[in-house]
Design a binder for this molecule. Structure first.
Ligand code: ATP
Length: 515
């Protein structure tokens, strides 16, 4: 674990050093849990968004996009339940004065039982060697069963307290399991309180009476309130979906862990409108499609798992998370929810407008049911960076830090380098860029030794480096170096575009989803 935390620290400083992520307002000592994306970060982020957007609106004839405003009529948040129920249970440690989410403290405690079980399994695996049967061990070992039972007991109590919104019981669990503050190490806890996560501000001049408006805590409501506009103007037939990418804001209680939990972040959400009664079938389909989207990136099949919710949100009849193995454990990256007709019905009620769909096949009118897929761009960014960050020991004893980013997501696709600044090599390199720049983000680099220049590109995940040398001037060939294998090939300049395009095109990723 310590090693993993170490990796995480390195990742955070690497992200800064190479222009991926900066603390917001850094010269003013920063603004907590708000981050800015730098010159490389913004490219990676845009590529992630494009991959998601295309997977929705290109691959599905019946999914279209919108871009709704961040400010919305305040009654929308009453109708959606956010004014009354978008709360997290918070608890303070009186000694360290640190604030925590009570549910997260308890979840961490459950994860400790898993750690203990895994340790037992590891020990036994070493002891028994090849003859070790893990499944049997997990099913029969006394200690493992004891930890498992303890975890389940805690889980049951926790789920009940959450579902009943029983704050006293949440606190009691923390006391009973002797959960301590990681900073002060004490059990000196306050009561548990509910804390609403929405930011608010005022709109309009005070003379006329300003209106309290919220910064949206999710993009989904912008889709719901436009559902009929899109359905009518786009002549959409159920089932159909509306996708949107945009900023969301939450006044998170505990905002640590870098860009994993931010106060201003970006979501990619898709609401899929279906016939009532067919929602669980579509829920299963979207679960499958979304997992394929993640896996197509090749970050590692074993890094994903589904986690079904213990507490269903007030609107949901099924919900799962896609979790990714971050350096600090498996964490939610995306939520897939069957939201029933809760949102649309509630907007009908609050707005007094009908939001029904007339189904030409069944000749019935109804409020559609909704499956939602909701993924955070920033969490996705973090998972891609975490999986890509690699330290490699080279044969000459040096270490190289390389971001093994999926080529389609890499901020810079190709770096073009003249071997020396003489003999017209820089001009030749510029000519190559002038041809490639219409298709790919290119970078020109002539400073330092070629080895150093390669390392700089490795550190930002550039899949290809092209070097112009003396031979280039006579036969128009260059060397192309591949990031992951570090192998080099001599190719004709006019082959470059084809070689690069083949690797960096989103097409390859998108095709994998449909296979
Ligand atoms: P968590 O339990 O971690 O607070 P959530 O269940 O509240 O997350 P959702 O409301 O389902 O999250 O939001 C959908 C997605 O938006 C999440 O899967 C995550 O990727 C992203 N997201 C939510 N809150 C944040 C945040 N504070 N910072 C960055 N991304 C976030």
């Amino acid at each position: 674990m310590a090693q993993q935390e170490d990796v995480f620290k390195k990742l955070v400083s690497h992200s800064k050093e190479y222009g991926f992520v900066f603390q917001s307002s850094e010269i003013y000592d920063g603004l907590s849990a708000v981050y800015d994306y730098g010159q490389n970060g913004v490219e990676l982020k845009n590529n992630i968004k494009k991959y998601w957007w295309d997977s929705m609106v290109l691959l599905h004839e019946n999914v279209v996009g919108i871009d709704s405003a961040i400010f919305m009529h305040p009654t929308i948040w009453k109708a959606s339940g956010h004014v009354d129920a978008f709360n997290d249970p918070l608890i303070d440690n009186k000694d360290s004065k640190k604030r925590y989410r009570a549910d997260v403290l308890i979840e961490d405690q459950m994860a400790k039982f898993d750690d203990k079980i895994n340790k037992e399994v590891e020990k036994a695996a070493k002891r028994f060697g090849e003859s070790f049967d893990e499944e049997q061990f997990r099913a029969t070992n006394g200690r493992v069963l004891e930890y498992q039972a303890k975890k389940e007991e805690l889980h049951t109590r926790f789920a009940k307290a959450l579902n009943d919104s029983n704050l006293e019981d949440l606190r009691q669990i923390i006391l009973d399991y002797e959960i301590v503050c990681p900073i002060s190490g004490t059990k000196n806890w306050t009561e548990v309180r509910q804390f609403n996560l929405m930011f608010s501000t005022e709109m309009g001049s005070t003379a006329e009476g300003a209106m309290k408006v919220y910064l949206r805590p999710e993009t989904a409501q912008g889709i719901f309130v436009n559902y009929l506009n899109v359905q009518k103007t786009g002549r959409m037939k159920i089932p159909f979906g509306i996708a949107q990418i945009g900023k969301a804001f939450r006044n998170e209680i505990v905002a640590r862990q870098f860009i994993f939990r931010m106060r201003e972040f970006e979501q990619m959400e898709m609401q899929f409108f279906v016939r009532p009664g067919e929602e669980l079938e579509w829920f299963a389909k979207w679960k499958d499609t979304r997992l394929k989207w993640h896996k197509a990136l090749g970050l590692g099949e074993k890094k994903y798992r589904f986690h079904d919710h213990d507490k269903l949100a007030h609107y949901a009849n099924a919900a799962t998370d896609i979790e990714f193995e971050m350096p600090f454990g498996f964490k939610e990256v995306e939520g897939i929810h069957s939201r029933t007709n809760f949102d649309l019905s509630s907007h009908e009620q609050y707005s007094g407008k009908k939001l029904q769909y007339f189904d030409p096949e069944t000749k019935e009118s109804y409020v559609p049911y909704v499956i939602e897929t909701s993924i955070g761009v920033d969490r996705m960014f973090l998972s891609v960076m975490a999986a890509a960050y690699t330290e490699e020991q080279l044969e000459n004893g040096e270490t190289r830090v390389v971001l093994k980013l999926p080529a389609a997501l890499a901020p810079v696709k190709v770096a073009v380098m003249p071997l020396t600044k003489k003999d017209g090599m820089p001009d030749k390199a510029r000519q190559i860029i002038d041809d490639l720049k219409f298709d790919f983000k290119c970078q020109y680099d002539e400073k330092d030794s070629i080895g150093k220049r390669y390392r700089r590109q490795d550190a930002i995940g550039t899949p290809f480096c092209v070097t112009v040398d003396h031979q280039t001037l006579t036969d128009n060939t260059v060397t192309i170096r591949f990031r992951d294998t570090m192998t080099q090939e001599r190719v004709a300049i006019d082959q470059l575009r084809g070689i690069i395009a083949d690797q960096v095109s989103l097409r390859n990723l998108l095709k994998k989803i449909t296979e």
